[in-house]
Ligand binder design. Sequence first.
Ligand code: GLA
Length: 749
Amino acid sequence: MAILFDSTSRLFTLTTAHSMYQMKADRYGVLLHTWFGMKGSAFDYSYRIAYADRGFSGNPYDAGDDRTYSLDALPLEFPAYGSGDYRAAALKVRYPDGTSACDLRYLKHEIREGKYSLPGLPALYDAPDQEQQAHETPAPAGCRCGSRSDTLIITLEDTRRMFYVHLYYGVMEDLDIITRAVCVENHSEDDIYLENIQSVCVDYLHGEYDLHTFYGRHVKERNYQRSPLMHGSQSVGSTRGTSSHQYNPFLILSDRDTTEDTGNCYGFSFLYSGDFLGNAELDQYNQTRLLLGIHPDNFCYCVKPAERFYAPEAALAYSAQGLGRLSRIFHQAYRTHLCRGKWTAKRRPVLLNDWEGVYFDFDGDKLIQMARDAADLGIELFVMDDGWFGKRDLDVSGLGDWTVNEKKLGCTLKELSDQIHGLGLQFGIWFEPEGINEDSDLYREHPDWAFTVPGKQPTRSRLQLLLDFSREDVREYIFSHICQVLDSARIEYLKWDLNRSLADLYSASLPAKRQGEVMHRYVLGLYDMLEKLTQRYPDMLIEGCSGGGGRFDAGMLYYTPQIWCSDDTDAIERLSIQYGTSFGYPVSTMGSHVSHCPNEQTRRITPLNTRATVAMSGTFGYELDVNKMTEDEKTIVKAQIREFKEYYDLIQYGDYYRLTDPDTADAYHGWEFAAEDGSEALLCIVALQIHPNGPGRWMCLKGLNADSIYTVNDEEYPGDVLMNGGLLLPTAAEEYESFRIHIVECPAV
Ligand code: GLA
């Protein structure tokens, strides 16, 4: 059992393969956080807490005249607002009398075998997905992981005896992951209001840390930023109703000297797709507190008597071997125990998406022509993006009217799909279920279904509004219309897009005092619909999207095993975007396509080979008008697709290594995929700068077997030499040239 409880000292010690997490209910019943880090003896780590008279940091009443006992100075597992801890709190409740001071004490706990799940919310699961097992025999090595998990639920009660706080811990031993979630249960006879509930709080007694975050904007998501924590708070978050392009709900704390391969670091990933806040605070005693949860702005949730509220799950991991190892822990866990369904282990098709090729300018014949060429190239799935429904020849109208525009297609959807299948391709289709244009039949019929505040003109974005997905009647209507389309033809893939941030929140279905629930209920509504969709169409591959990567988070991955990474398809810009994304998410989740040149977003020209090198490090596909390609280009593309299929398992299930940072790389940027057993590797290099008469360039490989001999371009090298001395790289002849170098272990003699 990975959960130990010492009843004498009331000490909880949770262990995974390499990490340990410890808490203690102290003599007053306050739940202290005593350790998160390197696995070691289940010793009581509370010995590290120094007690001293803390001026201006109050003492709980039951501590009597002990001025050294202050919640403001102690490492706490779940600090509540208003009882003498003045740091950022994990919980703020408004009691029926309007007050908020809250004091939580340990009541009981329960240990269960297996990993808990959460009603209506995404959560990591421990048993290999039954359904996935049924579809695939056998799954590739990096895709199998019979994780063993246990659950600990610690119940705290507020000293006014109105509610319980159940703290959930999932201890996923083999995956090296600890999950956390929180449930508040009202056992009083009055309503209580949650004004802030964070899913994670971790207090570090000492240490100097760097905070690693991922910031961006539309067409430039998840740029990597590392900064030292200073006294005060440093936070990232979203109040846009989605996890957002601007900040990602994945954060890392590390020691100052932590590198890719060495040093302590701690990853915090939020399985939630709406507003979030990640906050790190360095306090007066040089202690660090990390909080992660739903953003408290726009949040106020009423919990009625006997009701429970569940705060979403967060996944935590610790690595003593630097950032690379930390990422690989998340990659493995998310690939195998977050993504669900048959596509977890089944090979995903190489696709052609028509968007950048034709935008809204197509008819059925044009699509068939594209599909014909695509089939010839070895592409397996044809995706018809935006523009096939309602009145939708531009992005200003039609959203919400999910009826096929047969006039534009010149045929029914079934006829189109049949023809595409006749060419040997699968067929996919784009939806934006949450969106609505004012110029649509749906809006004319149900204007109150869109988010607008009575008496105020709404904020438009891309000339559209959003539907109130917190309402079941709205969801049911959209769901039934989507199903009608999906049932009318053979459709194997669905792209679920969302093209604006939320604003003007007001739900006609809720009274004034409950409007603070709308943002969260919207996300629950989204999850409810995605769950129904995945249940009804278990074989369909669903790709998430929000104007590219505006909702690229672990919550969405529970429903959509891949997400379009960015609307920026420029291969060089994508290096930074995919690099940043790789810290928290596996390449098997990153939608990535080869597009035409000059690039639509940057006008940059890059070699076709380089565009493929970058797109292959994701869920590979093309997004251009194949009919406009030259014969030479077609020959190259055919070879690229063959090559990708050959390396598929290595790329999608192998260990991913960041070798350089594209924003600071010295001329050549590199990354690598290595088989789990070190038997082969694929080194990917992009020349960012060309220097005539320049110095030689080497890249040190990782993840090989030091004692083995490897073949690289017909030369033989020992594994330790490739990892320590590095591989001398070919000289690039032009800017942005790239190389894919296959390294294969020779059979032992
Ligand atoms: C968003 C998506 C694109 C494309 C368009 C269609 O921007 O990210 O890939 O689907 O919408 O309108």
